[in-house]
Design a protein around this ligand. Structure first.
Ligand code: ADP
Ligand code: MG
Ligand code: MG
Ligand code: MG
Ligand code: MG
Ligand code: MG
Length: 670
């Protein structure tokens, strides 16, 4: 997460008064930048991953694991070392000695116990770069570790199992609660102290009119009480007006209740950003990767525990959505519209709701009929020359209010910057993000970010999923694949992906024929050759008109993840892995590279067919088998310590022995 400049951050009532100005200026910046960058061509096919870590402090004597709030110190130390590396070309330095690769970049995150690491420079299109990813990820972990206290480790669990309990689970310890989060479970000190973060949390809460509300269904084990009433909730607090929330029914029976942004934005994920050769290709990638979001969420499921309880869901996604849901009762449809402008069906952190590509295969039936757009913004963008599809996308993102506004930034509109645009863009956390080139960097092109995946315990897995998505984008572009389904089915799939063991037990909407390129008759005249070759003699070469398109419903079906990844037995869908294999067959890859890639593809294949477990499944089994577990859904401090130790050992072994991730993962299935 890039940090905006420091300044005077406006509290909510003042920020709200400036919201329209920020939106208007943001749209002018977008238009200026779009005009400048729309014709960018031949940008390199670069990509990059982002890996997020929890910093955990281990107390082996007391058998306790705690979140370390040392983010700022670690980042400072890392930055010093990076500067040194650059000045001495790496001689005798912790960063040095990794195949001449640039030192990794480390970034702050919302949680003061989190770190994010990206490669020192984006990866290139070549296959040899794919071979560097896993070892680079391991190196990043080593570098991070080298800047921590001896008992601290970076681990890649999505969430800390006992965040928000009454333990002393943070180091240093602070009791709840504070003025920004007003949580009864976590202190404000849990969040990055940079003014942006507490302001973000406080303004979400103020705008919403109460605390955020996360109710995650508890996993009912044999000894779990029915109904389950979250025993950690205190109904008698009177420190803040928001302490009334639980007395007004915020905590639901049979659910684990949480009340602060940290429970969502304190989660770690794995994100991949692709640069396209031009805007057209970026828009195509955005659309074609979108239906894959929920599939990859289910495949990477790694979040079965919250606040010391096993829950009945496997992934983090909706918890983050609820943790930053700033919608008012009116916007949520709980009160008649009076002061607000519209009902809004989704949180600002949610699956995406637009398609962008000027692709003749994009049928009107695929669009979200409930899409809310700011019509005046759409009009302004179209007057400025933007086409309707792209204008609709941004006019949809801009239905939100900006949450963090620095008064210094409102003095003068600078069209050579993108700060006001990014204010809205970067707080619309959808599962795909379309990133325009930054106005001040000519070497960066149109990019698309794939954001749904959960972080994996080992870097073997993190590399495998990153590389899988990269290879899919290559197959999409090479074969001009068509994964379009109505976008509402993707929204539904996102919910489905939450179910316990969705990867094995649930079915997802997916398109059957990825090669379908028929366009409606009316569209054929106006297409410019993206499906049929066109040229000066197009009148002669015009292909025979295709038969009219069938009903949209016949194009897609409910499939298991095994069907989607490995192909349907009846041949109705070829499978993502076979598509990737065909792509690899169509290009020149040497045997060694192909073998290397095969081990990654094998992980995906076997996770999809149930041979290998997800991280969520592995953790559930770990807890279930723990000698002190009482079949009551409670994940105690002791179990958490042992779990974190097991995770740490797995990553250490992996780091020492090279690519042993495969063995470790095989070992998970007992
Ligand atoms: P954000 O947090 O806003 O999503 P980051 O800067 O943290 O963005 O990370 C984005 C990822 O994109 C990193 O892995 C980085 O290496 C990669 N990246 C940087 N520049 C480019 C580029 N021009 N094309 C593709 N990927 C890039
Ligand atoms: Mg991040
Ligand atoms: Mg980042
Ligand atoms: Mg970011
Ligand atoms: Mg990102
Ligand atoms: Mg199966």
């Amino acid at each position: 997460m890039g940090l905006l400049a420091l300044g005077t951050a406006l509290e909510w009532p003042d920020a709200k008064k400036k919201a329209s100005q920020v939106r208007e200026w943001g749209i002018e910046q977008l238009l200026a930048n779009w005009r400048r960058a729309r014709g960018k061509e031949r940008d390199a096919l670069l990509w990059g991953d982002e890996v997020e870590y929890l910093v955990v402090a281990l107390d082996d004597a007391a058998k306790k694991s705690r979140l370390s709030l040392a983010q700022a110190d670690i980042l400072k130390s890392l930055a010093r070392d990076e500067a040194l590396w650059k000045s001495e070309s790496g001689k005798g330095n912790k960063h040095a000695g990794h195949d001449g690769e640039e030192p990794p970049h480390f970034h702050p995150e919302f949680g003061r116990f989190m770190l994010e690491a990206t490669p020192g420079e984006p990866w290139g299109i070549g296959f040899k770069d794919l071979l560097k990813v896993e070892s680079n990820m391991k190196w990043r972990r080593e570098v991070a570790k080298a800047h921590m206290a001896p008992n601290e480790v970076p681990i890649t669990l999505t969430t800390f199992p006992r965040l928000g309990t009454k333990d002393d689970y943070i180091q240093p310890y602070y009791p709840p609660s504070g003025p920004a989060l007003r949580s009864q479970f976590v202190p404000d000190e849990i969040a990055n102290p940079h003014i942006r973060f507490p302001t973000l949390a406080a303004n979400i809460r103020s705008r919403r009119g109460r605390k955020v509300e996360l109710n995650v269904p508890v996993f009912h084990d044999t000894n779990t009480p029915r109904p389950f009433k979250d025993p950690t909730v205190n109904y008698d607090l009177h420190n803040w007006p928001e302490d009334d929330d639980v007395r007004n029914g915020a905590a639901k029976d049979d659910h684990v209740y949480m009340d602060a942004m940290a429970f969502g934005m304190g989660s770690c994920c794995l994100q991949i950003t692709f640069q396209a050769k031009n805007m057209t290709e970026g828009r195509k990638l955005y659309d074609q990767l979108s239906p894959l979001g929920p599939i990859l969420l289910a495949l990477t499921a790694a979040t079965p525990i919250y606040k010391g309880f096993l829950v009945d869901t496997d992934v983090r996604w909706n918890q983050i959505g609820n943790a930053v849901d700033d919608r008012t009762r009116e916007e949520l449809g709980e009160a008649p519209l009076k002061d607000d402008r519209w009902r809004i069906p989704k949180s600002r952190y949610a699956s995406n709701s637009t398609y962008l590509s000027q692709d003749p295969r994009l049928r009107k039936e695929y669009f979200d009929p409930d899409l809310v757009v700011d019509e005046s913004i759409k009009k302004r963008l179209m007057e400025g020359g933007m086409d309707e599809l792209l204008a609709t996308h941004f006019a949809h993102l801009f239905i939100r209010d900006p949450l963090v506004i620095f008064s210094e930034d409102l003095e003068e509109l600078d069209l050579n910057k993108s700060d006001h645009f990014e204010n809205l863009q970067s707080t619309n956390w959808q599962h795909m993000r379309f990133k325009p080139p930054p106005p001040d960097k000519d070497d960066i092109g149109w990019r698309v970010e794939f954001r749904s995946m959960e972080i994996q315990i080992t870097d073997f897995e993190n590399a495998a999923f990153s590389i899988f998505i990269v290879l899919i984008t290559r197959a999409i572009l090479s074969f001009d694949l068509n994964f379009y389904i109505p976008i509402q089915r993707t929204t539904e799939n996102m919910e489905t992906a939450h179910a316990r063991d969705a990867v094995n037990d649930r079915k997802f909407w997916f398109r059957k024929d990825p090669f379908a390129s028929r366009v409606p008759r009316s569209a054929q005249q106006s297409t410019n050759g993206s499906t049929f070759s066109s040229g000066t003699s197009s009148a002669i070469n015009t292909p025979p008109p295709s038969p009219p398109l069938g009903p949209v419903e016949t194009e897609f079906d409910l499939m298991t993840i095994d069907d989607i990844v490995n192909g349907c037995a009846d041949g109705s869908f070829p499978g993502l892995i076979p598509l990737v294999e065909s792509y690899l067959n169509s290009v020149n890859v040497d045997v060694e590279t192909r073998c290397f890639l095969a081990s990654y593809l094998d992980l995906i294949r076997k996770r999809a067919n149930g041979t290998l477990w997800t991280g969520a499944r592995w953790m559930r089994e770990f807890v279930a088998k723990h000698p002190s577990y009482k079949q009551d859904s409670v994940v105690s401090e002791e179990i958490t310590y042992d779990l974190v130790k097991a995770v740490e050992e797995m990553t250490i072994k992996e780091g020492k022995n090279g690519s042993v991730g495969w063995e470790l993962l095989r070992g998970r299935k007992v």
